[in-house]
Design a protein around this ligand. Structure first.
Ligand SMILES: [Zn+2]
Length: 275
């Protein structure tokens, strides 16, 4: 039992740190770490990073500390783009089934293949799939989901909120565009350009066409990357915010773009970047 006891002692001191540094709830972290600790009646382990809090269920604290370091880095990336402080809360359940339950989904099938999901002000890791990612992939996924949590997705077309989350996710990853968008690059090289910005059908993760799903994310990413390259990152961020309040068409019109002109220029950009 000595291993268990010393681990508990370490965990308890970390919990105190996390609570002391976390401060009052804000829209960026609506769940207090004290509440997060009570997600499970047993085996909750809380680890505090510099700005992040990670709560695991029967998870090794070393693993959670690594995740806290990644969450701190993801928080800095999101903060750099959105221009406000971010305090990530990461929840690490014991299984995909538990992750689905926490996210209010029907069962493990709902999170099949997903490495993490954004839900109610927190990022829920799906342990089986998150573990399969390499280090860069883990950072991209955490940053992507944290962007959803902080920037919100309401009232936006799916291409904009998924593309924006990938824009922030890949921004500092060091991955070349042809690597990050490999599936779309293969299509473009064989002479097929996407005809329109990806809609809900393209993102429907039914598992039957994983290549189509991968391309949908890449198409959306390049739409946001185009907007940042052409108009500047600050303009992309403003567009995102304005689209949430006045709708995407009106927000685009402020840049002199219609849905049709954006689509045409995005297609040119996709060809230039990937051909
Ligand atoms: Zn997403």
């Amino acid at each position: 039992m000595s291993g268990w006891v010393s681990q508990r002692v370490a965990v308890v001191s970390i919990v105190l740190l996390a609570v002391a540094s976390a401060g009052a709830p804000t829209p960026d972290s609506p769940i207090l770490p004290q509440e997060a600790r009570h997600l499970w009646s047993d085996g909750a382990v809380v680890v505090g990073g510099a700005r992040s809090v990670v709560v695991g269920h029967h998870a090794p604290s070393g693993e959670l500390r690594e995740l806290a370091r990644r969450a701190d880095a993801a928080g800095r990336r999101v903060s750099d783009v959105l221009g406000r402080p971010v305090r990530p809360l990461i929840v690490v359940p014991g299984s995909a089934a538990e992750a689905a339950g926490l996210a209010g989904l029907d069962g493990a099938g709902e999170v099949d293949g997903l490495a993490a999901v954004a839900d109610g002000g927190r990022v829920i890791v799906v342990p089986e799939f998150f573990a399969k990612l390499n280090s860069t992939g883990k950072d991209v996924v955490l940053t992507h989901e944290l962007t959803h949590v902080v920037a919100g997705t309401d009232r936006l077309p799916v291409w904009l909120y998924e593309g924006f989350a990938d824009y922030v996710g890949y921004r500092d990853s060091g991955l070349p565009v042809r690597t990050a968008a490999a599936e779309l690059a293969a299509e473009v090289r064989s002479g097929r350009l996407p005809g329109e910005l990806p809609g809900p059908a393209a993102f429907a993760a039914d598992g039957r066409d994983p290549l189509r799903l991968a391309r949908a994310y890449q198409e959306a990413w390049l739409a946001c990357r185009f907007l940042a390259d052409r108009f500047g990152e600050g303009t992309l961020v403003r567009l995102y915010r304005e689209a949430r309040s006045v709708g995407v068409d009106q927000a685009l019109a402020a840049l002199g773009l219609s849905a049709a002109t954006l689509t045409a220029r995005w297609r040119d950009y996709v060809r230039d970047q990937l051909a």
